[in-house]
Design a binder for this molecule. Structure first.
Ligand SMILES: [Zn+2]
Length: 287
């Protein structure tokens, strides 16, 4: 069976990395409006010193880490401390105990609803307004949308796009419950009466075809790619980055040093909340 990476993969990856853990503590201060100005390295400033018409932002878990969304590592999740997230993110888990799985995703939706977009999300929205940038994300939260981005392509689905387990009918979710419940009965489908499932991609499931098609087209046509908060070496990021035409700069923004795609031209080792506003400032004044 093809294994597909989900949000929880990245969360577990982050849980193993002291660099990310440190970065998470710093993130609280950088989300303040008075984020310190960040000087772009000269090579990056030079690479950005021309007009771009088809900018794409590709974001991963690090983008939302700056908004204080916690990692979902096992042993640190309060109500769910004895669960491995991987055991809650599969079709088998759903068939076995859908109330626990639904409770887990509704808890996460509640956390995301309380989080705020960070200056990185705001900079991405400005990149779209001012330069027509497109946004492809591996994140299942709605922080890009709440910062004002329209048409976000979600490669791993969304916590806010629930649908019927049996017939795929979309289901509108209300406000998340204020209090977390470890077990919660999922709502029923209005069309076929089966249960509604989270709209995220689980382990063992394929990525949504239409989202992959749209994202691939954007990558093939882009003239500047910003890879934010993901290493760019794991599926699906790796495949996407490799579609970018030669000659189009690929700039990574990620506080974590480590393995990175050979297609990446420049790495800014900083958070999304600091790196993206710096890139925006440079694009506004390219000369
Ligand atoms: Zn249905």
């Amino acid at each position: 069976m093809k294994r597909v990476l989900s949000q929880s993969d990245f969360d577990r990856f982050a849980a193993r990395s002291p660099a990310i853990a440190r970065h998470r503590m710093i993130a609280v201060s950088v989300t303040a409006p008075s984020a310190e100005p960040f000087e772009l390295p000269a090579a990056v400033a030079t690479a950005l010193a021309r007009p771009f018409r088809r900018i794409v932002v590709f974001s991963g878990a690090g983008m939302s880490a700056d908004s204080g969304i916690p990692t979902f590592r096992s042993g640190n999740n309060g109500l769910w401390k004895e669960f491995d997230p991987q055991d809650l993110a599969t079709p088998e888990a759903w068939r076995r105990d859908k109330e626990t799985v639904w409770g887990w995703y509704e808890w996460r939706r509640g956390l995301v609803s309380k989080a705020q977009p960070n200056p990185g999300h705001v900079a991405v929205a400005q990149l779209q307004r001012e330069f027509g940038a497109s946004v492809v994300t591996q994140n299942v939260d709605d922080l890009h949308e709440r910062a004002g981005v329209t048409r976000v392509i979600h490669l791993h689905g969304s916590l806010f796009a629930a649908r019927c387990f049996a017939c795929d009918e979309p289901h509108e979710l209300g406000m998340p419950q204020a209090e977390a419940h470890r077990r919660l009965m999922p709502p029923r489908c209005a069309r076929c009466d089966d249960h509604v499932r989270p709209g995220v991609v689980w382990f063992g499931e394929s990525l949504p075809e239409e989202a992959v098609r749209q994202a691939s087209t954007l990558m093939r046509q882009c003239d500047l790619l910003l890879v934010v908060g993901t290493s760019g070496v794991v599926h699906p990021a790796a495949g996407m980055v490799n579609l970018v035409p030669r000659g189009a700069p690929v700039i990574e923004i990620n506080p974590q040093a480590g393995q990175r795609s050979s297609r990446i031209d420049h790495s800014l080792q900083t958070t999304a909340a600091i790196g993206l506003p710096a890139v925006l400032r440079r694009l506004r004044a390219p000369a």
